[in-house]
Design a binder for this molecule. Structure first.
Ligand SMILES: *Cc1c(COP(=O)(O)O)cnc(C)c1O
Length: 373
C-alpha cells in the first residue's frame, strides 16, 4: 500500500451521487469498499491499527486520511460518514461519549468570558458539565426555558456564543421550535445553535435542516440501539466547525474505539425499523397510561394532549419511543410501581432493545432526599 493513498469520499459525495432515501443511506453511505484499506471487504472491518503507513516524507500529514488513530480511523470514518448522511450533513465527528461532544464544542469554540444559553431541561450529564466544568473555564451559562423563543431572545447578551438546546427534552419531552431559535441565533453573527437530537434520532428529526449549526446525538441511545456502546456524534455542514472539531478529536483523544465504531455502525443498520417499532409501542403505552385511573398525566409528543403537539408534528417526522407520566400519589407510589414491573427494567438510559422505566428525579436531585437516608 506504500505510496498508494486511500480514497475516501465525503457524505456529500455519497448523498449527491444519487438522491437516496433515509433507509438506503443507513445501509450505504460511507460503507463502500473504496473506504477500506482491506481490498474487497463488503462489511467495514474493525481496523484496530493505531498507526498507518505513510506514503512518503514529502506528504503533509494534514492531507492524509489516516496517519494515527486519534486523527482518523477507517472504521470510525465509515460510521461518521453514515451518520452525517442521515443528518443531512457534510461532516460527522464521533467522540467517546455523548457528554464528550459538549466538552469538545466548548473547547473548540468558546473561551473565558463567553456566555452560553442552555435549555433549562436538558440531559443532566450535560447541564452538570456546564455547571461543574465549563463554568470553571470562566464561561457563564444561563439555563433558560427554550420552549418559548422569546425567553431565548431576551437572554442573549453581547458575549453569548452558543445556544444549546434539547428537543424533545429529557425527561419531560418538552418541544423547542428549532427553526424559530435558529432564526434568533443567526441575527447575531457570533452566535451558533447546537441541538441535542438524541431523543428523536435522525430518523425522526433533522435539526440541521431546521437551521441548527450543530446536531449532536448520544450514539449510546437509539443510534447504536443495543445498550452496549458509549459514544457521541456531532454533525455539521460548516467546514470550519468540522476542522475545529476534528482537531478536538486529535488534541483530546476523546474518540471511540474501532470496536465500538463497528458495533454502532452495525447497530444503526436497523435504526429505521427500530424507530418505527419504538413509536408504535410508545403510542400503545401512552394511550394505556392516559386512560388508567391511577395515572395523573401521561405525555407523549404524538398525542394531542401534549401541549406542543402541533409543533412536534411540524418539526418531527415521528415521535420516537419515550413516554413521560405522573402517577397519582407520590414517591412511594412511584417506588411500588417500579418494583412491580416485570418486563420493564428500572434502569437509566433509553433507545435500546430493552424496555426501561426510570424515576429520574431520585438521582438528579439526590441532595433533596439526603435527610431521608
Ligand atoms: C444519554 C444522553 C446524553 C449523554 O450521552 P452519553 O453517551 O451517555 O455520554 C446526552 N443527551 C441526551 C439527551 C442523552 O439522553
Amino acid at each position: 500500500m506504500a505510496g498508494n493513498p486511500i480514497t475516501t469520499t465525503t457524505a456529500e459525495d455519497d448523498q449527491n451521487a444519487t438522491s437516496l432515501g433515509f433507509d438506503t443511506l443507513v445501509q450505504h453511505a460511507g460503507q463502500g469498499p473504496e473506504h477500506w484499506c482491506t481490498q474487497n471487504a463488503l462489511v467495514p472491518p474493525i481496523v484496530t491499527s493505531t498507526t498507518f503507513l505513510l506514503p512518503g516524507i514529502r506528504d503533509k500529514w494534514i492531507d492524509l486520511p489516516y496517519v494515527y488513530s486519534r486523527q482518523g480511523n477507517p472504521t470510525r470514518n465509515a460510521f461518521e460518514i453514515c451518520i452525517a448522511s442521515l443528518d443531512g450533513a457534510k461532516h460527522g465527528i464521533a467522540f467517546s461519549s455523548g457528554v464528550t461532544t459538549a466538552l469538545a464544542v466548548t473547547m473548540a469554540f468558546l473561551k473565558t468570558g463567553d456566555h452560553i444559553i442552555c435549555g433549562s431541561e436538558v440531559y443532566g450529564g450535560i447541564s452538570d458539565q456546564f455547571r461543574q466544568i465549563t463554568s470553571k473555564m470562566g464561561i457563564d451559562v444561563s439555563f433558560i426555558d427554550t420552549t418559548d423563543p422569546k425567553n431565548v431572545e431576551k437572554s442573549i447578551k453581547t458575549n453569548t456564543r452558543m445556544i444549546w438546546l434539547e428537543t424533545p427534552s429529557n425527561p419531560c419531552l418538552r418541544i423547542t421550535d428549532i427553526k424559530a431559535i435558529a432564526v434568533i441565533a443567526h441575527q447575531h453573527p457570533d452566535l451558533f445553535l447546537a441541538v441535542d437530537n438524541t431523543f428523536s434520532s435522525p430518523y425522526y428529526q433533522k435539526p440541521l435542516e431546521l437551521g441548527a449549526d450543530l446536531c449532536m446525538a448520544s450514539v449510546t441511545k437509539y443510534i447504536n440501539g443495543h445498550s452496549d456502546v458509549l459514544m457521541g456524534i456531532l454533525c455539521t455542514n460548516n467546514d470550519e466547525f468540522n476542522e475545529k472539531l476534528r482537531n478536538m478529536q486529535l488534541l483530546t483523544g476523546g474518540v471511540p474505539s474501532p470496536f465500538d465504531c463497528y458495533l454502532a455502525n452495525r447497530g444503526v443498520k436497523t435504526l429505521p425499523v427500530r424507530m418505527e417499532r419504538h413509536q408504535q409501542n410508545a403510542f400503545a403505552v401512552a394511550n394505556f397510561l392516559q386512560k388508567n385511573p391511577r395515572v395523573e398525566k401521561a405525555l407523549y409528543p404524538g398525542l394531542p394532549n401534549h401541549p406542543q403537539y402541533e409543533l412536534a408534528k411540524k418539526q418531527m417526522k415521528g415521535f420516537s419511543g419515550m413516554v413521560c407520566f405522573w402517577l397519582k400519589g407520590g414517591f412511594d407510589e412511584a417506588e411500588i410501581f417500579l418494583n412491580k414491573l416485570q418486563l420493564f427494567k428500572n434502569a437509566a438510559s433509553l433507545g435500546s432493545v430493552h424496555s426501561l422505566a426510570e424515576h429520574p428525579i431520585t438521582n438528579k436531585y439526590d441532595h433533596l432526599f439526603s435527610n431521608q437516608k
